[in-house]
Design a protein around this ligand. Structure first.
Ligand SMILES: Cc1ncc(COP(=O)(O)O)c(C=O)c1O
Length: 369
């Protein structure tokens, strides 16, 4: 039986093989891997792509969030607002900075609900991290208004939203955005990598310095830092892949259109705010809670792999139990976590495969009713 994975990185590699192999060989031949031209090129190329002036290339998306918070001055005793439906990295980065993550429930976009943010603001609140989950974009107009009113910083978690836009502007919509280039992301390296973009030159300089041992000079360190550098091989690969990103996003949006058209009367399809350009890092449908796992198994038995992003809201993660949240405290996130299902989504999926998937979903609901 033919199988359709959730994402197929091998297909993508073979399509770009010549260019990727060329970039890797060139780096190997130069045998210079750290703080090399490939990094400078990537920082320039990616900041330009995002419509920002500067970028700090770092070693993963979790570190990008931590570095940004640290260099924004977030410290022990502070509180940082995050959505309860996100990958745990968002919370981990806040904890690494010493601050406490304060969780907020989600709206029908599965993204942080601005209506619930103000209730969570205290005298200790210093920042908000909106997470543009699945390639969708948060209600940034409302979030920016709240942040301005309460004098809060914003750092956008754009790990799943390369190229996503609101009113024609790419994320980050405010001034600081953190990206992951984990292999499965819309722009993925061949290993771990991450980046921070901003128009604030001093801030990005600070992030780079902190990520490179707080160096002033090779052996003079005027601040404490750490090693969070991206390596040159990853930058060389990302420089190649970035050239193909817009085409890949266009193809994902075409696939989403077929999914939406074929499934709109069968399951709940993703919602977007007016003015949002969704890039579908993940295509997430919703079923009745009692049908989700059955549908997942039915698709698996038909060779179609699916995922759940995320089965456990952050407040229910055992590792974060000490924060003192209880089951039932975030009803919207808890409800969607039992209903969501991520369908295969990658640019190399053929229209026939997408139709096969939607036909199978229709067949499931016909049979089970
Ligand atoms: C929403 C979100 N934030 C942060 C991260 C962390 O990125 P990385 O895996 O590169 O550390 C991820 C990646 O999985 C993510 O999906």
């Amino acid at each position: 039986m033919k199988t359709i994975p959730l994402i197929d990185l091998k297909k993508q590699y073979y399509l770009l093989k010549e260019e990727i192999d060329g970039a890797i060989s060139k780096t190997l031949e130069n045998s210079a891997f750290i703080k090399v031209k490939e990094i400078d090129d990537f920082e320039k190329n990616f900041s330009e792509y995002c419509g920002k002036d500067f970028c700090a290339a770092v070693d993963n998306g979790t570190a990008a969030l931590y570095i940004a918070l640290k260099c924004m001055g977030i410290k022990e005793g502070d509180e940082v607002i995050i959505p309860v439906n996100t990958f745990i990295a968002t919370a981990e980065a806040v904890r690494m900075s010493g601050a406490i993550p304060i969780m907020v429930d989600v709206n029908n976009l599965h993204l942080i609900n601005p209506e619930h943010i103000e209730k969570k603001i205290t005298s200790k609140t210093k920042a908000i991290i909106p997470v543009h989950l699945y390639g969708n974009v948060c209600d940034m107009d409302s979030i920016i208004k709240i942040a301005q009113k309460h004098n809060l910083l914003i750092v956008e978690d754009c790990a799943q939203a390369h190229g996503s836009k609101l009113h024609e502007k790419k994320v980050p919509i405010s001034n600081i955005g953190c990206f992951s280039f984990f292999p499965g992301k819309s722009l993925g390296a061949y290993g771990d990598a991450g980046g921070i973009v901003s128009n604030d030159e001093e801030f990005i300089k600070k992030c780079k310095k902190f990520s490179d041992h707080g160096r002033l000079d090779k052996y003079v360190h005027d601040e404490e830092g750490f090693n969070f550098r991206m390596d040159g091989l990853q930058a060389a690969i990302l420089n190649v892949k970035l050239k193909h990103l817009n085409n890949a996003l266009k193809r994902k949006r075409d696939i989403a259109e077929i999914y939406n058209k074929n499934l709109q009367d069968v399951v709940e399809i993703p919602l977007v705010l007016e003015g949002v350009f969704h890039t579908y890092h993940l295509f997430v449908i919703m079923t009745q809670p009692e049908k989700r796992d059955e549908l997942k198994e039915f698709l698996e038995n038909n060779g179609i792999k699916t995922g759940v992003h995320y089965p456990l809201s952050l407040h229910l993660q055992p590792a974060l139990k000490y924060l003192g949240y209880n089951e039932g405290e975030f009803p919207d996130s808890e409800r969607i976590s039992k209903r969501i299902l991520s369908l295969p989504m990658y640019p190399e999926l053929s229209n026939e495969e997408v139709v096969f998937i939607t036909d199978k979903i229709k067949e499931f609901f016909k049979e089970s009713h």
